[in-house]
Design a protein around this ligand. Structure first.
Ligand code: COA
Ligand code: AMP
Length: 625
């Protein structure tokens, strides 16, 4: 039996040999000339010279190995009461057919295809179809509004956009097509669209631009083969929030990603071919890319695509029902989802109705897993509950507890130890490594392992400046935390303007950009305030222009409506107050952390550099009087 120490040590001793061995479980059309190409550091490339296809590794190779009848995908919609299953053969056939349609629409290798879709099987077919023909998909989360979608269309310049007539949220239908039309018009680009008509909602189609998915599929006969791609060719772009309102298009490769997905499915999640794996996230986030779509299929597992919520669809037993119905072996969720279940069903009465005998492990990530949530989950489920920490940029866990290697003793509040491939350090602002227990910047020594981002789409400079400039030789995670004497890491929060709302990564900078466009607003700040359910909630502070005659509550309502319209409901921006001034340092830096503490009623220290100490009382009064 391997131990974590041994496996991590093997990587440390010879990283290239380690990743060459891990790569032997992937099918290559040609092997690499170099495992690691470092001539353009800090932008490294893995498996340079190798050729492969991600869709082939996710579908066709399992069929060729005789597993075409194995279930690849179970679509379970708590919103519509539908369950649909696809074998590997069925999923491959539909994917190949749609890949041929994309080619007929003019999509070729390297062209971008934007996917703005709800949680339906066609979304997965669309992603895999792109991978099959070397097109680069850019999936945009369905909860983003037209303006955010538009920014991503401008940046990705897609040849084709795939969408659906609507998404389904509890109690409401979200028509996607009008949002898409507005976004395309605002972006001012020429593109074609393919729309999946859902029975719940129709859409007005523009004959010169819009194609109906089902019509195209009914007529299509050709199955497109997999195209052999360079391991270093881009597989996808995934936009993520950063400090500014301009989203960063994180670019992922084919080869490194294949290896990382297969390795992590086996070693982090302990999943083997035929096992049933469920990531209850959305395909619009990295969790959905890595562990709804690619990871489970590359590993030959059955993946679950769940359209619904942890509570209210119809009740707090929804997750246990899915686990029981589909004999799920492992579930991956954001802690928020568990908190939502716990709030509605504190004694876990619902669980008693279901057979969870197949269930082996619960994995948590996306935000800090608070010890109460972990302990409650352990108590009600009676299986290991594993916190692990990662980011859109890395595609898989930086720190984890490795269920396929060794279940390390759990320390509550910690996502355990670094994955092989990640040499994680805690640095002071001056770049010195700090002693155990001391809070600092969490960084990873270059190079990042296979699977991690290649660059920021068409902006190497932004990638280097954002991630590799602050501390020479290290990747900046943007998280702060500490490490204990046993080598366990603790992730305490972001060091930048990113907040985490219900496991969704959002930029307060982007929200401030929207609020500053309101005619009455002279200055503003948005901070993340601690929230029992969602981890954090955004909170706005508005300073009005002098002489503004409108009622404060009207301006606050406008502010809330503008964030919903420009960024989307998912921002969950529901609170703002009007203040006379913002607290700043003498050099003019807004003290966002202090404001967040005042709003959350948590202790804070008054910085010595505060320009005017009275202002904090004023803020408190505006909030609580
Ligand atoms: N399309 C359109 N709108 C969406 C959407 C989507 N895909 N996803 C969310 N929204 C909307 C919701 O309808 C809601 O709108 P409202 O303000 O009109 O009610 C808003 O965005 C916020 O949604 P959500 O974050 O889901 O909060 P909620 O209060 O509706 O539900 C939870 C609370 C805890 C049930 C929910 O946040 C949840 O399931 N969290 C887990 C998140 C998760 O798995 N994240 C994965 C990241 S790894
Ligand atoms: P995303 O890129 O959307 O996956 O968000 C990544 C960010 O979420 C990280 O930088 C962390 O701030 C936070 N995060 C993810 N997983 C964890 C975790 N297990 N513990 C603490 N924070 C986490």
């Amino acid at each position: 039996m391997n131990s974590y120490k041994k496996v991590y040590g093997q990587w440390k001793q010879n990283p290239q040999q380690f990743w060459a061995e891990a790569a032997s479980e992937i099918n290559w059309d040609r092997t690499w000339d170099q495992v690691l190409y470092d001539k353009e550091a800090p932008l490294y490339r893995w498996y340079k010279g190798a050729k492969t296809n991600t869709c082939y590794n996710a579908l066709d190779r399992h069929i060729e190995a005789g597993h075409g009848d194995r279930t690849a995908l179970i679509y379970d919609s708590a919103m519509t009461g539908t369950v649909e299953k696809f074998t590997y053969q069925e999923l491959a056939d539909r994917t190949a057919k749609f890949a041929g349609i994309l080619q007929d629409l003019g999509v070729g290798k390297g062209d971008r295809v934007l996917i703005y879709m709800p949680m339906i099987p066609e979304s997965i077919m669309a992603m895999l179809a792109c991978a099959r023909i070397g097109a680069v998909h850019a999936v945009v989360f369905g909860g983003f509004a037209a303006a955010e979608l538009s920014k991503r269309i401008v940046d990705a310049e897609p040849k084709v956009i795939i969408s659906a007539t609507c998404g389904l949220e509890p109690g409401k239908i979200i028509p996607y097509k009008p949002l898409l039309d507005e976004a395309i018009e605002n972006a001012g680009v020429e593109t074609k669209t393919v729309i999946v008509a859902r029975p719940e909602c129709s859409a007005e189609m523009m004959p010169a631009r819009d194609y109906d998915w089902h019509d195209l599929m009914d007529k299509a006969e050709r199955l497109a083969p997999c195209i052999s791609l360079e391991a270093t060719d881009p597989l996808y772009i995934l936009y993520t929030s950063g400090t500014t309102g301009t989203p960063k298009g994180i670019v992922r490769d084919n080869g490194g990603h294949l290896v990382a997905m297969n390795w992590s499915m086996k070693n982090v999640y302990n999943m083997n071919p035929g096992d049933v794996y469920w990531a209850a996230s959305d395909i619009g986030w990295v969790v959905g890319h890595s562990y709804i779509v690619y990871g489970p299929l590359i590993r030959g597992c059955t993946t679950i695509l769940y359209e619904g919520k942890p509570v209210g669809t119809p009740d707090a037993g929804a997750f246990w029902r899915v686990i029981s119905d589909h004999k799920v072996n492992a579930l991956f969720v954001a802690p928020t989802a568990i908190r939502a279940i716990k709030r509605e069903d504190p004694n876990a009465e619902h669980i008693k109705k279901y057979d969870l005998t197949a269930f082996r492990t619960l994995f948590l990530a996306g935000e800090r897993a608070d010890p109460d949530t972990v302990k409650w989950s352990e108590d009600i489920l009676g299986v290991p509950v594993i916190d692990h920490w990662w980011q859109t940029e890395t595609a898989w866990s930086i720190c984890a507890n490795f269920m396929g290697i060794e279940h390390l003793p759990v320390k509550y509040g910690s996502p355990s130890k670094p994955s092989p491939g990640f040499d994680v350090r805690i640095l002071s602002d001056e770049g010195e490594e700090v002693a155990p227990g001391m809070l600092g910047n969490i960084v990873v020594k270059e190079p990042l392992p296979p699977g991690a981002m290649l660059t920021v789409w068409r902006d190497d400079e932004r990638c280097i400046n954002t991630y590799f400039k602050e501390f020479e030789g290290y990747y900046l995670t943007g998280d702060a935390g500490h490490k204990d004497e046993d080598g366990y890491f603790y992730i305490m929060g972001r060091t930048d303007d990113v907040i985490n709302v219900a496991g969704h990564r959002l930029s307060t900078g982007a929200m401030e950009e929207v609020l500053s466009t309101l005619p009455e607003v002279a200055e503003c700040a948005v901070v993340g305030v601690v929230d029992d359910l969602k981890g954090q909630q955004p909170f706005g502070f508005l300073v009005l222009k002098s002489g503004c005659a409108r009622a404060g509550e009207d301006i606050v309502s406008d502010a809330i409506a503008s964030i919903r319209k420009e960024i989307g409901a998912v921002a969950s921006f529901k609170n703002a107050v009007i203040v006379k001034r913002l607290p700043k340092t003498r050099s003019g830096k807004i003290l966002r952390r202090v404001m967040a503490s005042i709003a959350a009623k948590t202790p804070y220290t008054v910085p010595a550099t505060l320009d005017d100490p009275d202002i904090l009382d004023e803020i408190e009064q505006a909030l609580f009087s």
